[in-house]
Design a protein around this ligand. Structure first.
Ligand code: C2E
Ligand code: MG
Ligand code: MG
Length: 750
């Protein structure tokens, strides 16, 4: 056993002291023979002293070395990356290194003699105590992972049996090695999470190696494609290929993947059952530390439904649902595109604006379904008759447009447009067979070319539309080109509309009266009130110049009510002045027939002017009764129930439909003046008038011939059994004053 340094110093001092003591005992008179003996002894002691001193130095050195290496090992022990602890049988920490204290987040001194279990999360304490005893039985095998109390740290613990006899611990102890596994735990958690995401995500995921061989697929992949992982692992994604996309598509995809490491886009693939589908796919390359591609990850979802919905929406947004032709929005796009192309290439564009002349007749008389069928057939004929490069579109209702492109100059554009317009007029003039019935229609076409008639889509369409109205005016069934005069006319029309809106009803409008004569006794039985507008600059304006405008601007109801009230006022005056047999007929506009307040208004006027209802007649046209017939009938029935007469104006010029007469409370038929004009010369017109009279009589209706101008006409009409006549022959429409003279009654109150 090695003695400690102070002990060794102590011994040396003692030896020195003894040597001096021995020297002091040597008598000065020592005989010479004994002197040698003593000096030998002293020398021996001195040698011994020197040796001891040398030994001491050695001992001191080796003590220093041992201390150094002990400190070194202590430091290694304390700073080891693993926590060490020595536990006694009760689980108390007898020894520990610094690392362990740090792991527990404690001071070293608070760890020593503390129970290990106190540093462990409450939820893991049971686990620790249960396993603690097992450590003693099989210390080397057991490994346990625990959470540290109050910290987000996890440890793994292994144990070995150990004994520290010199410390007075004779019991078996446990030496614990404790490793911080927090990071590992976190990684494990993340890995588990990633696995869960991989398997549960709805998107399909394919992982391939660098050679594109499939290494992994998820459940989403199987659900979307129908292929299980067994079907595809080891294969390449080409197994899904649909041949819908060309090789160049895949080439571009790979080029980008190589360049940027990612690719996103739509891919058409085929499922295991052969079904084609489109997927939105993102591909990512995964690189190694050395920047080599290790894997490719493809993530995709099936967007077939979405795509179809998008296409359907696009179809709805851009195509007319009835005819399948491009609609207004798409046509505008195409027109815009064509105009900018024409500008670039210095070519011409021609726009043909088509309106079917008598479509409404078919629609209203045969029902909407027949009308729809007719529109579809028109659309087909139009599509078949133009070149593939030309566009056909339906703007709405019975309005279609044709767009012709690529003409070299304006004269070419005009010629081409004229040619197509003639062809279209011809094609659409052929009768249509709809549900075994034959219909004939005609078409009016307006033409505008660009840049001559406008260089914007808006202008060109507007101008072609104006030209179409010109074609209608010119007798329909023809085409007309746009010209600058139309703009002036349009402008004048707009101005007139403004003036009409600001015209004061009482001062600026007047009623003229045209007498109605009974053919039986040549007596004036009544008169028709016809409105006039006293324009401040243009003078007296006939209805054809402003009724349409008033209808467009919504002013017609106000005008109509004024005419009704004024006619009643005037008639009442004539009645009071002796002509109580007279009736007055007032024209009603279509919009008035939709006014629920009309019957009440009429009743108020009759009451106000104390007129018998039979003295009032209301003239309506067939066209005014076309829409919302139930509602119109409801209103007319109320008026007829009051005793007011309803007459059908311009009969024969519209649909001449028997049902109009049958279903509405009509008592008088006014035969349109176009037939009267021809009565002396046209057997056709004669037979129509005959038919009208024959139709009216059995239904108890009276007939009025309009626009009678000659005696010859009167005689014929009389023979045909017509009841009344109205026309220039008797008198033109007259101002109230003149009418009073005509009737030979005073205009002022008697
Ligand atoms: P309408 O009700 O058929 O009136 C008959 C039209 O024929 C009148 O034209 C009249 O002047 C004209 N006329 C009468 N006899 C002859 C004739 O022998 N030969 C010729 N060539 N024409 C004749 P006007 O006054 O220009 O009225 C035109 C149309 O304006 C009327 O046709 C009527 O539909 C409408 N109208 C007139 N006043 C009103 C009104 O107060 N309200 C509404 N909503 N429409 C009105
Ligand atoms: Mg009339
Ligand atoms: Mg008429």
């Amino acid at each position: 056993m090695t003695s400690s340094e102070p002990q060794r110093k102590n011994y040396l001092e003692k030896i020195k002291a003894h040597a001096h003591e021995v020297m002091s005992y040597i008598p000065h008179y020592i005989e010479p023979d004994k002197r040698n003996h003593f000096s030998t002894l002293i020398q021996g002691l001195q040698l011994c002293q020197i040796e001891l001193e040398m030994q001491n130095t050695e001992l001191i050195d080796s003590y220093q070395n041992i201390k150094k290496s002990r400190d070194h090992f202590q430091s290694l022990y304390d700073n080891a990356p693993i926590g060490y602890a020595c536990l006694d049988h009760e689980g108390r920490i007898i020894r520990a290194n610094q690392t362990l204290a740090e792991l527990f987040g404690q001071n070293y001194h608070d760890v020593i003699n503390a129970y290990l279990v106190n540093f462990i999360d409450v939820r893991d304490q049971g686990k620790l105590t249960a396993r603690y005893k097992a450590f003693f039985k099989h210390p080397a095998k057991k490994e346990i992972s625990l959470k540290i109390k109050g910290r987000q740290k996890y440890i793994s613990m292994t144990a070995r049996e150990y004994s520290l006899a010199e410390d007075g611990h004779q019991d078996r102890l446990l030496l614990l090695a404790i490793v911080d596994i927090s990071k590992l735990r976190q990684n494990e958690k993340q890995l588990t999470l990633a696995k869960k995401v991989f398997h549960n995500i709805q998107e399909g995921i394919i992982v391939t190696d660098h050679k594109c061989r499939i290494a992994m697929v998820n459940q989403g992949f199987t659900e979307l494609t129908g292929y299980s992982d067994k079907d595809v692992i080891g294969q390449t994604p080409a197994i899904l290929k649909s041949d819908r996309q060309e090789d160049s598509f895949y080439q571009k995809m790979w080029d980008q993947l190589k360049k940027t490491g990612t690719w996103h886009g739509e891919v058409w693939n085929r499922k295991k059952n052969g079904q084609l589908y489109v997927q939105w796919m993102s591909i990512y390359a995964v690189f190694s530390e050395h920047e080599d591609v290790e894997n490719y990850i493809g993530i995709f979802n099936d967007i077939t439904e979405k795509k179809l919905t998008e296409e359907r929406i696009l179809q709805l947004a851009h195509f007319d649902s009835l005819t399948g032709l491009p609609n207004r929005a798409l046509f505008y796009d195409r027109l815009d595109h064509a105009l900018s192309g024409a500008k670039r290439n210095n070519t011409r564009v021609a726009l043909l604006f088509l309106d079917l002349d008598n479509f409404k007749q078919v629609n209203d008389s045969q029902g909407h379904q027949a009308g729809d069928e007719l529109l579809c057939q028109v659309a087909k004929r139009l599509s078949d008759s133009v070149r593939a490069s030309d566009s056909v579109a339906r703007l709405g209702g019975d309005e279609f447009v044709l767009l012709l492109e690529g003409m070299k100059n304006s004269s070419d554009a005009e010629k081409e447009a004229q040619l197509v317009a003639d062809k279209v007029l011809k094609i659409l003039a052929h009768p249509f067979r709809i549900r075994n019935e034959i219909f004939s229609i005609s078409t009016s076409i307006g033409i505008a070319t660009s840049p001559e008639h406008g260089d914007s889509a808006d202008d060109l369409l507007k101008h072609a539309d104006m030209a179409m109205y010109l074609a209608k005016e010119k007798g329909r069934d023809c085409h007309r080109f746009f010209n600058r005069n139309l703009l002036k006319r349009q402008q004048a029309k707009e101005e007139l509309k403004q003036e009409l809106n600001s015209a004061a009803v009482n001062d600026d409008f007047a009623l003229h009266y045209q007498p109605r004569l009974a053919l039986t006794n040549q007596q004036v039985v009544g008169c028709e009130a016809l409105i006039r507008w006293q324009h401040p600059q243009k003078g007296l304006q006939l209805p054809k110049h402003f009724i349409g405008l008033a209808e467009e601007s919504g002013r017609i109801r106000q005008l109509g009510e004024w005419a009704l009230a004024e006619a009643c006022r005037q008639l009442a005056l004539w009645h009071r002045n002796g002509a109580s047999h007279l009736s007055v007929s007032v024209n009603l506009a279509a919009q008035q027939l939709h006014d629920n307040q009309l019957p009440k208004f009429i009743a108020r006027q009759l009451d106000l002017h104390r007129l018998p209802p039979a003295a009032l007649e209301l003239e309506i046209t067939e066209t005014a009764m076309l829409h919302d017939r139930e509602q119109i009938k409801f209103i007319l029935d109320q008026i007829a129930d009051m005793g007011v007469t309803i007459s059908l104006d311009d009969f024969g010029s519209g649909y001449s439909s028997l049902s109009h007469i049958k279903n509405f409370p009509v008592k008088v038929i006014k035969i349109d003046q176009s037939f009267i004009r021809g009565v002396t010369s046209s057997p056709n017109d004669q037979s129509i008038i005959h038919a009208c009279v024959a139709l009216a009589k059995p239904l108890g209706m009276k007939t009025v011939a309009e626009g009678v101008e000659t005696e010859e006409q009167i005689n014929l009409l009389k023979n045909m059994g017509c009841d009344y006549i109205q026309g220039y022959y008797v008198a033109k429409p007259l101002p109230a004053k003149d009418m009073s003279q005509f009737l030979d009654i005073s205009l002022v109150e008697s």
